[in-house]
Design a protein around this ligand. Structure first.
Ligand code: NAP
Length: 497
């Protein structure tokens, strides 16, 4: 916990030095053609910094450097215990610079400083430390083959991995990708989202300071359409790991198919069901129903945006949820008391406003919120918003809004709740609330999602895998399972004379 006040953070923001150059081959450099793009503070609309806008030339340079260091074995063949030491030092440096990183993330994304300081930055440090700590405890296998043979099943790094990440949790999703990829010996070229590149650029410098060899991690800010697609089609990139929207994920699968069939892992969108039965702990469920949607302004892939409520408690329960929604009115991200900041940019604000209009046109009842809020001049703040009286066919129930908009759908029976929950192209997360262990487990098993909470929302930790079913993606971030995405299995078969 920090005892810094709003005034302290504002003063620090004014004197912050921001690195906007790309990080290639161990050094901060301008884009080859000198192009830059501004990154904005969503709380004010003001330009924070000019950031290098890299293109194919920079990308080819970074991939060549990543490939050279991979083939030299400087990192890929380093003993796991030595890789661990570097990664643990890197995590320590992140912790030592936590306030600066939290401030950068807060300014760039509009996230509340209390979240970036207490959630995002510690989560990134933990991911890097955990992956480093795990790598020298990971054994390969000897298969149960006939007595005159020996079969080894070993894991080898892929080579050069391109990681493309979104703007909603820039630092923690970056860590989820780069930590297991680097721990397993790969070299990574990271493309952050164009509107939130700052923490990724800073953390690359910290990796070098920790002793990561040049070329093992490179960070190229630049447009998805040109730079991102060039990386995804690159013939020297063997692995592609992505977090972002489902439409872009589909394109990346196509690019991999068009080029070298690089291993492609996708963490995509969601429209997660949060199912509340009449016998649940309604106080806790109501508080979490609000948190599940309004945390991070609803710009969360796992947000519980479809609230399914058993009809017999609907009105009583929704009165409690609306009471909690009032605690999520947006505030200045640099105020430690703020729980929800602005939308990340004007385009995202406009998307949210458009879906509020669509929900009204579709005949849902606007039960709370729905309007712009003026917190700090020029900011993109939107009220926490609740639609009741919705059905699952409405666009506000089927499409990912990525804003603080809850769609409430009543149900009568367990079977109906499961059917509604599964009637979605997505399958990322969800939760069920009931005191009946049979109902809770039956529903948790039947809902086709990668992470399901029972009497909680947003449960999870570095020790468990995270990822989606259906069009929410493939592969898994976090835990030992993440190592599967960044390694090939090799069989070596020996016969004795
Ligand atoms: P997005 O538009 O898909 O962008 C994600 C990244 O892909 C950005 O770096 C973007 O670059 C890049 N990109 C865009 N077009 C590309 C192309 N043709 N080729 C290669 N790269 C391209 O997603 P977003 O709006 O940033 O993020 C929100 C989405 O992420 C939501 O759908 C959310 O659910 C999902 N998400 C999923 C998870 C999960 O773990 N499942 C976690 C967080 C977020 P630019 O920034 O330059 O456009």
């Amino acid at each position: 916990m920090s005892d810094l006040t709003l005034q302290d953070w504002v003063a620090r923001a004014q004197s912050l030095t921001i690195e906007g150059r790309a990080f290639i081959d161990g050094a901060y450099v301008d884009a080859a053609d000198g192009n830059t793009r501004p990154t904005q503070n969503p709380a004010t609309g003001e330009v924070l910094a000019q950031v290098a806008s890299c293109g194919p030339v920079d990308s080819d340079r970074a991939v060549a450097s990543a490939k050279a260091v991979f083939e030299a074995g400087t990192w890929s063949n380093l003993a796991p215990a030595e890789r661990k030491k570097v990664m643990v030092r890197w995590a320590e440096l992140i912790e030592a610079n936590a306030e600066e990183l939290a401030l950068l993330e807060s300014l760039d994304v509009g996230k509340p400083i209390s979240d970036t300081l207490n959630v995002d930055v510690p989560a990134a440090a933990r991911t890097i430390r955990w992956s480093g700590e795990a790598i020298d405890k990971f054994y390969d296998q000897v298969a149960p083959t006939p007595h005159d043979t020996l079969a080894l099943v070993t894991r080898l790094p892929l080579g050069v991995v391109a990681a493309i990440v979104p703007w909603n949790f820039p630092f923690s999703t970056t860590a989820w990708k780069i930590a297991p990829a680097i721990a397993t010996g790969n070299s990574v070229v990271l493309k952050p989202a164009s509107n939130t590149p700052l923490t990724a650029l800073r953390v690359a410098g910290l990796a070098k300071e920790a002793g990561l060899p040049d070329g093992v991690l490179q960070v190229l800010p630049g447009p998805g359409g040109s730079l991102g697609s060039h990386l995804a089609k690159h013939m020297d990139v063997e692995g592609l790991t992505f977090t972002g929207s489902t439409p872009v994920g589909k394109m990346l699968m196509g690019y991999a198919g068009e080029s070298n069939l690089k291993r492609t892992f996708l963490e995509l969108g969601g429209k997660s069901p949060n199912i509340v039965f009449a016998d649940a702990n309604l106080e806790k469920a109501a508080a979490m129903a609000a948190t599940a949607v309004f945390y991070n302004g609803g710009q969360t892939c796992t947000a519980g945006t479809r609230l399914l409520v058993q009809r017999s408690i609907h009105d009583e329960f929704m009165a409690k949820v609306i009471e909690h929604a009032q605690g999520w009115m947006p505030g200045n991200p640099l105020d430690p008391a703020t729980s929800m900041g602005p939308m990340v940019d004007e385009a995202q604000y406009n998307t949210v406003a458009e879906y509020v209009r669509i929900g009204c046109d579709e005949g849902a009842t606007l039960a709370f919120g729905g309007k712009r809020v003026e917190v700090t001049a020029g900011g993109y703040y939107h009220e926490p918003t609740i639609f009741t009286g919705a059905n699952n066919q409405m666009r506000i129930a089927q499409e990912e809004i990525f804003g603080p908009v809850m769609t409430v759908i009543p149900f009568d029976t367990e079977a109906e709740a499961i059917a509604i929950a599964n009637d979605s192209i997505f399958g990322l997360a969800g939760a069920v609330w009931s005191r009946d262990i049979n109902v809770a487990h039956r529903v948790a098993k039947a809902v086709r999602v990668g992470t399901m909470g029972i009497n909680n929302y947003f449960g999870g930790d570095m020790t468990v895998p995270f990822g989606g079913f259906k069009q929410s993606g493939n592969g898994r971030d976090k835990s030992m399972h993440a190592f599967d995405d960044y390694t090939e299995l090799k069989t070596t078969w020996v016969e004795f004379d």
